[in-house]
Design a protein around this ligand. Structure first.
Ligand SMILES: [Ca+2]
Length: 123
């Protein structure tokens, strides 16, 4: 009789412990993944000549696609919490960056010389 009384609380604690552990295993890891697409308006740019515009757009179209414009952030507390964030830039951002690099004197107008220099740059 005394023996039964001693075993009962231990069995109860084992079940309770198993329940808590099981709950942690099932619901313990909260994972959150988000992808943010960053879009910006294109800057206004003029071309000194039609040829300057053609050279610029040809060079821009040959730029590698924007794999290098993505960022990936990951934050995790093992077993409990995990957060992943991807930021992807738009083509407009790549265009604006190309215009800024090409328009070396920053006057808002791309000359043939600037376009030729931009086209000759190694990526
Ligand atoms: Ca310029």
């Amino acid at each position: 009789m005394i023996r039964a009384v001693k075993e009962k609380p231990m069995k109860f604690n084992s079940i309770k412990l198993a329940t808590v552990f099981g709950s942690l295993m099932v619901a313990g890891c909260v994972t959150h993944t988000e992808t943010v697409y960053r879009d910006v308006p294109r800057v206004k740019v003029e071309f000194e000549t039609e040829r300057a515009g053609r050279i610029f757009y040809e060079a821009f179209s040959k730029l590698p696609k924007h794999n290098n414009r993505e960022s990936h952030t990951e934050l995790s507390i093992p077993v409990i919490f995990e957060h992943k964030s991807d930021v992807r830039s738009s083509d407009s951002e790549a265009f604006n960056d190309a215009v800024q690099r090409c328009d070396t004197n920053q006057d808002g107008k791309i000359s043939e010389t600037e376009a030729e220099i931009f086209a000759a740059q190694k990526r």
